[in-house]
Ligand binder design. Structure first.
Ligand SMILES: [Fe+2]
Length: 460
């Protein structure tokens, strides 16, 4: 007899969990095939051995260095970057400095790369515009960037967030929407760049095409790279055994500055943020290098200096799409309790080709005998955002699990990108823009409150 009220209560709890679930957007994007843009869309720049595929990223831990990377197709020379401070108030350009690059090449199956150059320019002034020039004489090309403001707790800064971009017509829409938005000062890129591996023999020319495709942003503002599964290029069937070979030759990151032993995981500080990049496709079990590094790294973060603690990782820990379902689960089990302990603000992931934002939840009570295996609301937990919706050749992941789980606040199967505007130590405004009829439409926006300085519940 006593069982009946208990069963009734359990049913009520179950019903509440379902009815508390978030929004599954009713917007239905036209599901057309995503195909890669023809190679001819992105020819090399004119001129013999002209520098191409230019991209920059932060070159140290605090933002006073920049890694300038580019490719010359025929010769290794010139491998010099000249740079100078843009005109100051008096109208005078700064002195010209020159730095030699380290140059590398690689072979992949029947492909031979061009000469890939990486030059780190150091001791830059904060919050200052610089010009830089690659190549010589009639084939020289000039670009510019602005260094970030000095690291500090209330320094505003705005990031674009993009994942799984690829090089289709949809990728082009996402990219153009980001480029046409003047707010973004740097990009947090959550992995899966070129999708060259979806072509026969991992056609590495697609890596070159992708470098040209994104150059009009990557040459002018730093993209902070995280590795995805499409960077692995591990292909024993064609005797390519070195994981991440094209990616690690082409995209250098300042991993040594954060005492990491691998470019696949590292950290930087930028303005008021501390950004940790993890690798879903490198060992992260107990005692592994990535595990030990992250354990020490999280303890180092000083929230009085960088209030915003943000993690980039390719495979999402919380996502309710049927595509790639629970692939991030083993890493969640390893690291989630640390994220709660250290009050990580935001985790951006990609991999699943649709958009989703979670409530602040954790699932760290479970210990195999206690039966506590459900995510619960947790004010110390991050918001998990899946933004693998850049628009690549594999198309949208439009099949969500039903009913929408209570941890899921908003989800939609559209392509798009996001803008994260950090305002000060307590507030950041976030907007996800879907690609809708050739326009970027703000489809999900919210304030985020900092977990260390203002750990209140955000408005719905
Ligand atoms: Fe992926």
């Amino acid at each position: 007899m006593m069982l009946l009220p208990i069963i009734f209560c359990l049913l009520v709890v179950q019903f509440c969990e379902v009815s508390n679930a978030g929004v599954t957007s009713r917007y239905v994007r036209k599901l057309e095939a995503s195909v890669d843009m023809p190679k001819q869309c992105f020819p090399p720049p004119p001129g013999f051995n002209a520098p191409e595929q230019v991209h920059i990223t932060q070159g140290d831990h605090v933002g006073r260095s920049m890694i300038i990377s580019w490719v010359t197709p025929i010769h290794h020379s010139p491998n010099v970057v000249a740079y100078w401070e843009a005109a100051a108030a008096g109208g005078h350009h700064g002195h010209k400095h020159k730095v030699h690059a380290k140059t590398t090449t690689y072979r992949y199956y029947n492909y031979s790369s061009g000469f890939i150059h990486h030059a780190t320019i150091r001791r830059l002034k904060y919050d200052t515009k610089y010009f830089y020039q690659l190549g010589k004489h009639d084939v020289s090309r000039r670009f510019s960037f602005r260094t970030p403001p000095k690291v500090g707790p209330d320094v505003p800064y705005t990031f674009g967030v993009i994942g799984d971009l690829g090089q289709t017509y949809d990728s082009n829409q996402t990219f153009e929407h980001y480029v046409s938005n003047p707010k973004g000062q740097a990009v947090l890129f959550v992995g899966d760049l070129s999708y060259a591996d979806n072509h026969p023999f991992h056609d590495n020319e697609r890596w070159d095409i992708w470098g040209r495709f994104v150059e009009k942003s990557t040459a002018y503002q730093p993209w902070i790279w995280a590795p995805g599964n499409h960077e692995l290029d591990y292909a024993p069937e064609i005797e390519e055994y070195m994981p991440f070979k094209p990616y690690m030759h082409r995209y250098h990151v300042p991993y040594k500055a954060s005492k990491s032993t691998s470019p696949l995981w590292y950290s930087i500080k930028r303005a008021s943020t501390y950004i940790i990049v993890l690798s879903s496709y490198s060992a992260y079990g107990k005692y592994t290098p990535q595990y030990k590094w992250l354990e020490q790294e999280l303890a180092k973060v000083n929230r009085s200096e960088t209030p915003w603690l943000i993690v980039l990782v390719h495979s999402p820990w919380y996502n309710s799409n049927t595509y790639h379902y629970m692939e991030g689960e083993s890493m969640r089990v390893m690291f989630e309790s640390w994220f709660v302990k250290y009050k990580v603000d935001l985790v951006f992931a990609g991999h699943v080709h649709s958009y989703e934002r979670t409530e602040r939840v954790s699932n760290i009570q479970y210990n195999i005998t206690n039966g506590l295996s459900m995510p619960v609301k947790d004010a110390s937990a991050p918001v998990y955002i899946t933004i693998g919706d850049g628009g690549n050749i594999e198309g949208l992941a439009s099949s969500f699990t039903e009913p929408q789980p209570s941890y899921s606040a908003f989800r939609e199967a559209s392509f798009g990108h996001a803008i994260l505007e950090v305002k000060n130590r307590t507030h950041a405004f976030y907007t996800w823009h879907r690609n809708q009829d050739n326009e970027a439409t703000a489809a999900d926006s919210t304030w985020f409150y900092n977990r260390y300085w203002y750990p209140h519940e955000e408005p719905k």
